[in-house]
Design a protein around this ligand. Structure first.
Ligand SMILES: C[S@@+](CC[C@H](N)C(=O)[O-])C[C@H]1O[C@@H](n2cnc3c(N)ncnc32)[C@H](O)[C@@H]1O
Length: 253
């Protein structure tokens, strides 16, 4: 069996035709490269890692082994940040990974000053590549570290931090479990440990009236909302049913 579609289908790829087309495009005319990309996909590597990019808000975001691949649902965070930030405002993307949210915001709103921060240097290397064309930047930092100079000056904080409860990680799809770092997935015992860190950092970073736009899940949303209220924010939920996205938007008093 050497038909790529049949091989991908036999390996369990649901969108086999689409994947075969993208792999063929990535390989160009080189049959050796084509076979090698196909074998990597058949062996279970995420499609985006095999291609070297992920689609996000109409942009191609670099993807690489060992780094979290941005999910389409996270586009809602970027869309809300672009809609809620004032002209010429300042946006900080925490836990930025490869910079997908920051890139989408900077692309949609070139008037904003966008800064990203991420703890994993491998992700920051990709994010820096992603963000440079948009005049935005990414630094290696946890949620405090290098951001002190922005305290009290930020109009919007965006974040898709890890939010999978620790006990649920073994239940995740294999592509995530086997190919994405635990640091990018593990949200602590109830899933909100990093969300709480984002809220605490946002309290320091945001000006009065600024917003934090924080991805969560349907199951976790009540806990995320409670955490936002506990941190002193007035919070509500936004959803995009098509993307399967749930986001808490919390405003600082
Ligand atoms: C779920 S991934 C999301 C990445 C990116 N926002 C996206 O949507 O593609 C979470 C990211 O948070 C980063 N991270 C985990 N703990 C962190 C911390 N304490 N400070 C900063 N980044 C952290 C991980 O390395 C990972 O890249």
């Amino acid at each position: 069996m050497d038909d790529p579609v049949a091989r991908l289908r036999a390996a369990g790829c649901v969108l086999a035709e689409e994947e075969a087309r993208l792999i063929a495009d990535a390989a160009g005319d080189d049959a050796g490269v084509h076979e090698s990309l196909l074998r990597r996909r058949l062996a279970g590597e995420p499609l985006e890692v095999v291609l070297g990019w992920a689609q996000f808000a109409g942009l191609r975001i670099p993807a690489a082994a060992g780094v979290f691949v941005p999910r389409r649902r996270t586009e809602l965070v970027a869309r809300l940040a672009a809609a809620l930030s004032p002209p010429g405002g300042t946006v900080v993307d925490l836990c930025s990974g490869t910079g997908a949210i920051a890139a989408a915001v900077a692309h949609a709103r070139p008037d904003l000053e966008v800064t990203a921060a991420e703890i994993d240097p491998a992700a920051v290397a990709l994010a820096s590549r992603t963000l440079a064309p948009f005049g935005a930047s990414c630094m290696v930092s946890d949620m405090d570290g290098a951001l002190g100079h922005l305290a009290g000056r930020v109009d919007a904080v965006t974040a898709c931090p890890p939010y999978v409860p620790t006990a649920q990680i073994p239940l995740m799809p294999r592509e995530a479990r086997d190919h994405e770092p635990r640091l990018a997935l593990d949200g602590g015992p109830d899933g909100t440990a990093l969300q709480r860190e984002v809220l605490a950092a946002s309290s320091r970073l945001l000006r009065a009236g600024g917003v934090v736009i924080l991805e969560t899940s349907e199951a976790l949303a009540p806990l995320t909302l409670a955490a936002a209220a506990h941190a002193g924010f007035a919070a509500g939920i936004e959803r995009d049913e098509d993307l399967g996205a749930v986001v808490v938007v919390a405003r600082r008093a």
